[in-house]
Ligand binder design. Structure first.
Ligand code: NDP
Length: 238
């Protein structure tokens, strides 16, 4: 039996896009996997629980259900995220607050709740899905880039808090990945972005999932506070 077997994973936003690919890869590797979803279901082999990550009570209830059905969460992937892109001059307070409340606040709520069980178990893997634009910046994404760069400070602070308890906290920073989020961009913008990526192509959700499952594995037990890019070279120098 590999050490992955029996470990319980929770992925937020596991009904589509990158979160779905991450959940599916964990299932393939023999973990017991739960996903949170506001709508739809996780991939085959996962337990789907309802939760909006902006709602602390809903997050708490989702964890209680996972704990009851699968056991304490040992690996948490804070993936749920949104964009509300517009130039700063046009950005409303709500555009800013809702993106921060989902991407950063959602990670806070989920990781805080997960840390209880991890402390008891003296084992945990916290993986935060950030973005290349968190450190590179992006015109029209002051809200999104702020929420994503903050995850680096989050991971490094938590590493200092919980690093001695067998808990690692890392950030995965994807570049442009083919999902609903990037499909919304105009074709001309997509072509422009593609030119700036050294790999010359967008990434796939499966490529992000591979980095996440590796960080969750025993092989990555001495890696914490790191930012792992999955971006075809776009953000070199971070
Ligand atoms: P999608 O838009 O395809 O999926 C977003 C997921 O987040 C959905 O499952 C969605 O649920 C969920 N979600 C959004 N808001 C909430 C909320 N308040 N509560 C619970 N779940 C919520 O995005 P991607 O798969 O592309 O992105 C996943 C993560 O990766 C995000 O954090 C994103 O910022 C990041 N990322 C994506 C990149 C890309 O190029 N695609 C690049 C860099 C980072 P629902 O279906 O209910 O809306």
């Amino acid at each position: 039996m590999s050490s992955a077997e029996g470990r319980v994973v929770l992925v937020t936003g596991g009904n589509r896009g990158i979160g779905r690919a991450i959940a599916g890869r964990f299932v393939e590797e023999g973990y017991r996997v739960a996903v949170t979803a506001r709508s739809g279901e996780g991939p085959e082999g996962t337990l789907t629980v309802r939760a909006d990550v902006t709602d602390g009570a809903a997050v708490d209830a989702a964890f209680a259900e996972v704990e009851q059905q699968l056991g304490p969460v040992e690996i948490v992937v804070a993936n749920a995220g949104i964009t509300k892109d517009t130039l700063l001059m046009r950005m409303s307070e709500d555009d800013f607050d809702s993106v921060v409340a989902t991407n950063l606040g959602g990670s806070f709520r989920v990781v805080k709740r997960a840390s209880k069980g991890m402390l008891k178990a003296r084992f945990g893997r916290v993986i935060l899905i950030s973005s290349v634009v968190g450190l590179l910046g992006s015109a029209g994404q002051v809200n999104y880039a702020s929420s994503k760069s903050a995850l680096v400070g989050f991971a490094r602070s938590l590493t200092r808090e919980l690093g001695a308890r067998g808990i690692t906290t890392n950030v995965v920073a994807p570049g442009f990945i083919e999902t609903d989020m990037t499909a919304e961009l105009p074709e001309a913008t997509q072509a422009e972005y593609r030119k700036s990526i050294p790999a010359g192509r967008y990434g796939s959700a499966a490529e992000v999932a591979a980095a996440v499952t590796w960080l969750a594995s025993d092989d990555a037990g001495y890696i914490s506070g790191a930012v792992i890019p999955v971006d075809g070279g776009l953000g070199m120098g971070h």
